[in-house]
Write a protein that binds this ligand. Sequence first.
Ligand SMILES: NC(=O)c1ccc[n+]([C@@H]2O[C@H](COP(=O)([O-])OP(=O)(O)OC[C@H]3O[C@@H](n4cnc5c(N)ncnc54)[C@H](OP(=O)(O)O)[C@@H]3O)[C@@H](O)[C@H]2O)c1
Length: 289
Amino acid sequence: MKVLVSGGTGLLGQGFLRVLQGAGEYEARCLIRPTSCTERLKGFELCCGDAEDACSMEKALRGMDAFVHIAGIGYAPQVLEAMHRAGVERLVAVSSTSAYSRFEFRSAPLLTNEALLLDNGLRWTVVRPSMIYGTELDHNMHKLLRFLDRFPIFPLFGDGENLWQPVYYEDLAQGMYTALTRPGTEGEIYDLPGERPLPFVELVHTAAGTLNKKVRIVHLPAEPVRRGLLAAERLRVPLPVKSEQVLRLREDKAYLYEKAREELGYAPRAFSEGIALEVDRLRELGMVR
Ligand SMILES: NC(=O)c1ccc[n+]([C@@H]2O[C@H](COP(=O)([O-])OP(=O)(O)OC[C@H]3O[C@@H](n4cnc5c(N)ncnc54)[C@H](OP(=O)(O)O)[C@@H]3O)[C@@H](O)[C@H]2O)c1
């Protein structure tokens, strides 16, 4: 069996390719852009293309039995077009638990793109991860860890009681692999979050404790900060944090995963275990002490 994988150079893609390689059931071809870091894809067949371009994906899909599309649900229209033209029917696509967000700017594009996959003649499965962490490639936790490693004070918007449920990338990759291979998963959407939700302050203390650091949290009022950011955005001042991000900090990100547990045997590890693995990895790379 042969599978085309997009997003193979990213955090989840790296985890997924390792699971695929370990299982030995599928041969992977990776869709890469001219700028992709192919060092991370040694030993895999590569095919140049771009998820923005249906023609290039169609070529990459020729001769494949399935497509695992990790590079973004936003490319659903191009993915559909490419799969129809290449005659490939099996698709596992990665969306996000942000599809549950009460903020439409976050949920609506995801739901719209997921909906495109339905009733389109494909044998699709959608997986929705929560925030993913686990290596220097993640967009969130490795920055938090590096900050906590360097500074004894952590500024936090609001009271920090909002819930987060980050998922360790290898647990997610295993869940995705089962979603690809287990019969009965077609036409299903699976939420794949971390083991349990925890308040953001607890998450920060757990991360600091894993680094053997003590951290003093300084609470900043979220609303004035958000308004300030919004004003700066209107003036087109480039800033590292977006007002939308501050807004979303006030939303609980807590998810159930009974369906994935029952149908995929999904059993993500505790955050304390996953973050310890990430700290080990960052120490190996000399990114934290
Ligand atoms: N990270 C999270 O916390 C999170 C949470 C929920 C859902 N998700 C979703 O999960 C998926 C994987 O996330 P991740 O954190 O592993 O992503 P990532 O580390 O940012 O990697 C993104 C991958 O997608 C590829 N890519 C991006 N645009 C592409 C395009 N136009 N054509 C071809 N390849 C393209 C990148 O290739 P290059 O090497 O060429 O850049 C890279 O391999 C994404 O769909 C993301 O939206 C992520």
